[in-house]
Design a protein around this ligand. Structure first.
Ligand SMILES: C[S@@+](CC[C@H](N)C(=O)[O-])C[C@H]1O[C@@H](n2cnc3c(N)ncnc32)[C@H](O)[C@@H]1O
Length: 223
């Protein structure tokens, strides 16, 4: 995750909220939630990939999408929250890459952007409210062009020091993510599949270690 800039995880009851209400509310709580920096795993795992069309699922305030655009990718950036998308668009404008990013609002449990992509990326696509993540990630794999890559990065389990924020989410290991994807035999190769530790500085200035699941798979090119 690009870092929770303010550290409020919202421990209030969210059971009555739709996903859209929850996320718009969450983003409206402050001017900025995430750090504005791209995820380290994205930067690391896309190094050396030929630039092309990228899809960022659950793009939030757009730091990854803007970073990709700055590298020359044509990006479709998707989120359920219009508040977050508007921030992303402003960020892209300020970075001079507005024409390279198409910001699309989708509730990914209901609709999905059209097209195929050389890179489909989903970073920390987790939610405290309803999110059929496994189905969305299978749809994401289907949107990868021959020779393209799917990059899925998420929290792998609840950090031992955190007792509330992630308690009601499934946070699968890399192996579980791969199993859930149910990729057809022979069509895909696993380029990276590992748990990776990351140190995050909290809003209280304390450093904490998180474990991310990092999965990068490639659809074999057409013969
Ligand atoms: C934990 S944030 C991660 C944001 C960003 N990818 C990052 O790494 O910082 C999860 C994002 O998924 C989005 N999201 C949650 N449910 C969604 C859904 N059903 N459809 C589309 N986006 C969704 C949220 O609005 C939020 O921006």
């Amino acid at each position: 995750m690009t870092g929770d800039a303010h550290g409020t995880h919202g421990t209030h009851d969210v059971s009555d909220m739709s996903a859209e209400e929850y996320w718009n509310h969450r983003y409206s709580e402050s001017d900025r939630i995430w750090s504005g920096n791209p995820n380290a795993a994205l930067v690391h795992e896309t190094a050396g990939l030929p630039v092309g069309r990228a899809l960022d699922l659950g793009c939030g305030e757009g730091a990854d999408a803007v970073w990709l655009a700055r590298q020359g990718w044509h990006v479709t950036a998707v989120d359920i929250s219009q508040v977050a998308l508007d921030r992303g668009a402003a960020h892209a404008e300020a970075a001079g890459v507005a024409d390279l990013v198409d910001w699309q609002r989708h509730d990914l449990s209901e609709s999905f952007p059209s097209g195929v992509f050389d890179l489909v990326s989903a970073h920390f696509l987790h939610s405290r409210v309803e999110l059929p993540r496994e189905e969305i990630l299978r749809r994401a794999a289907a949107a990868v062009a021959p020779g393209g890559a799917l990059l899925v990065v998420g929290h792998s389990g609840v950090p031992h020091w955190q007792h509330d924020g992630h308690a009601d989410m499934r946070l699968p290991t890399t192996e579980e993510v791969l199993k859930d994807l149910d990729l057809p035999d022979g069509e895909w190769e696993v380029l990276v599949g590992e748990e990776r530790e990351r140190v995050q500085t909290g809003h209280d200035g304390e450093q904490r270690t998180l474990t991310d699941s990092v999965l990068k798979v490639r659809r074999r090119p057409a013969d």
